[in-house]
Design a protein around this ligand. Structure first.
Ligand code: ASP
Ligand code: MG
Length: 327
């Protein structure tokens, strides 16, 4: 009995040291300095592009009474401050909508850290349970406006990287072929891709593509606008990175009218109590027509650096489902 538990303890200790060494190896990855430099260049190009286009930058919030309801379930992450329930920020979607109530603000963005406590099944190549997205929203925005804006942002970033990061690309053993963009990004609808490729259409279409493309019409959160001329379809979109790197951005035109928000909430049995102040603003007609999106910084870094998995873009692992997190 005694011997057995001693042996178990030794094995446990050994495993702990292994995990510690793994974390140290990750920090000491010789490619990491170059990856981080490319990521810094991405953020610099994004800020520059936003500044030139007069998109107003806001600071991020990290907790709030309401946050993105998401289209999938994640682990509970409630926090309490002075007796009031908050959640960690899953995305600033409602804060973007609320900010645009200010008459002097037309277009805004946030470099926004988000926490989504994903289940271990999402311990894949594309999810982190803590990440940063560039989240933007335009008053009077439309899908077409976002397509044009984002496409030109991507071109701006790629050109900047090609110019600035030659040393980093050399060190990473990369060419810039995947950053050469020829055509306007193609647009597909979920229904046409699903018919062609089946349920796993996003991955298959991404693997076949050589340039980024859009997928329009997803049934998901209540805040993305339904197309009222075409009920049951939605004015939302994802930007997909090619060569199997899959989703890089999600966004949509938004529901902002009281009756529409209530209708959409009731369709999915959304807890209305939690949103009662937001609903009150909609009722008063305070919410305005907007469209926007958010794109993951680490996902863009992964595509630009052609990394095997998104976790390779981080210093400290945030891959869901690990046995232990050291830092
Ligand atoms: N931020 C995204 C949006 O604006 C949503 C998301 O984070 O998935 O639509
Ligand atoms: Mg998404």
């Amino acid at each position: 009995m005694e011997v057995c538990s001693l042996k178990e303890k030794m094995i446990e200790k050994e495993r702990e040291l292994e995990l510690l060494n793994e974390a140290v190896d990750k920090i000491k990855n010789p490619k990491l300095p170059y990856i981080l430099r490319v990521q810094q260049s991405i953020l610099r190009a994004v800020d520059d592009y936003m500044y030139k286009n007069k998109i107003t930058r806001m600071m991020p919030l990290m907790m709030a009474p309401i946050t993105d309801t998401l289209n999938h379930s994640v682990e509970e992450s409630a926090l309490f401050y002075q007796g009031q329930e908050f959640d960690v920020m899953k995305s600033m979607i409602f804060h973007k909508q609320a900010t645009l109530m200010n008459k002097g603000l037309e277009k805004i963005y946030i470099v926004s850290p988000n926490i989504r406590l994903e289940s271990s099944e999402r311990g894949d190549k594309r999810h982190l349970f803590e990440f940063t997205q560039v989240d933007f929203e335009f008053k009077e925005g439309t899908m077409e406006m976002v397509f044009e804006f984002m496409e030109s942002l991507v071109r701006y970033v790629f050109e900047f990287i090609k110019k600035e990061c030659t040393e980093e690309f050399k060190a990473l053993g990369l060419t810039t072929d995947h950053l050469e963009l020829k055509d306007t990004f193609k647009k597909y609808r979920t229904e046409e891709l699903e018919e062609k490729y089946g349920e796993d259409f996003e991955r298959i279409a991404s693997e076949k593509a050589t340039e980024p493309f859009w997928i329009i019409n997803h049934k998901r959160e209540f805040y993305d606008a339904e197309d009222l001329d075409n009920k049951g379809t939605y004015k939302n979109y994802d930007l997909i990175w090619p060569k199997g790197y899959v989703e890089g951005l999600s966004g949509g035109e938004r529901e902002y009218k009281y009756d529409r928000i209530i209708t959409r909430m009731r369709e999915i049995n959304q807890d209305e109590e939690r949103f009662k102040d937001y609903i009150e603003l909609a009722k008063r007609g305070e919410l305005v027509k907007t469209a926007g999106a958010g794109f993951g910084v680490e996902r863009m870094t992964r595509f630009i650096c052609q990394l095997n998995q998104i976790d390779d873009a981080t210093v400290f692992t945030r891959k869901p489902g690990k046995e232990k997190y050291i830092f």
